[in-house]
Design a protein around this ligand. Structure first.
Ligand code: 5RP
Length: 237
């Protein structure tokens, strides 16, 4: 196992220690969340956790959970989620996040908004001082609005690229049937709350990957003396 996977595995396992029987859990997306879902399935299989129901944040997490016999309930049928566990692409010292590297941020944000607690699990490569200097901000757009959104973001001094698929000609199509613009702002994002609102105000935008004031806790995996360890940084306000 490479060192990044070791860091992801140790935070995934640590996150599952926060889960209690009878919880409704938000199941995040991405490679770290997938390890967390596998670790959850092990605990359910061993009988340590009982009566867990999951709310999936993507087709990926739904299929994985069902393959592992984790009961899934629909987002629309729950009024509250006890705990959501998800990965992130960037985490700043105030726990503001960029998500959507897997193009799942629309449902991820809905689940996060419904969760009593959002626990973020990352390896330490995801920690940044300033958002959007090295990872683009994903913006989900209606297919026939992408050029309009692209041009409007350019007026805001942002550079956006339509995310292209691999093993398919043309763009990435999201679980909702939309497209993704990956956006960089010159100098990064210093005011995530304003940028989140401004982008979501552009007609044709469904949601962007800025998660502002949503994360309650962050677990970070790192390698120390050749061993993977977990720590929980204190939020800087
Ligand atoms: C998907 C996400 C993921 O949580 C994010 O991309 C992190 O993924 P990984 O754990 O594979 O690094 O937001 O939309």
């Amino acid at each position: 196992m490479d060192s990044q996977t070791q860091m992801k595995q140790i935070v995934a396992d640590a996150a599952i220690k926060e889960v209690k029987s009878d919880m409704i859990l938000g199941l995040g997306s991405g490679s770290t969340a997938a390890l967390m879902i596998k670790s959850l399935a092990d605990e359910i299989r061993s009988g340590k956790l009982q009566n867990i129901r999951g709310v999936a944040t993507s087709f990926q997490s739904e299929v994985l959970a069902l393959e592992l016999d984790i009961p899934i309930i629909d987002l629309g049928s729950v009024s509250r989620i006890d705990l959501a566990i998800d990965g992130a692409d960037e985490v700043d010292p105030g726990f503001q996040l960029i998500k959507g590297g897997g193009a799942c941020h629309v449902r991820e944000k809905l689940v996060a908004a419904k969760a009593n607690q959002l626990l973020i699990v990352v390896d330490e490569t995801k920690l940044v001082q300033n958002l959007n200097l090295s990872f683009p901000l994903p913006v989900e757009v209606l297919p026939n609005a992408w050029k309009h959104v692209h041009d409007t973001i350019a007026e805001m001094n942002g550079t956006s690229n339509l995310r292209m698929a691999t093993k398919k000609a043309g763009p990435v199509v999201t679980d909702q049937g939309n497209l993704i613009l990956d956006v960089f702002f010159n100098g990064g994002i210093k005011n995530p709350k304003d940028i989140e609102m401004c982008i979501n105000n552009i007609p044709g935008v469904l949601e962007n990957g800025l998660f502002v004031d949503l994360a309650d806790r962050v677990l970070v995996g790192k390698i120390e003396n050749n061993n993977p360890v977990v720590y929980s940084p204190t939020k800087v306000s």
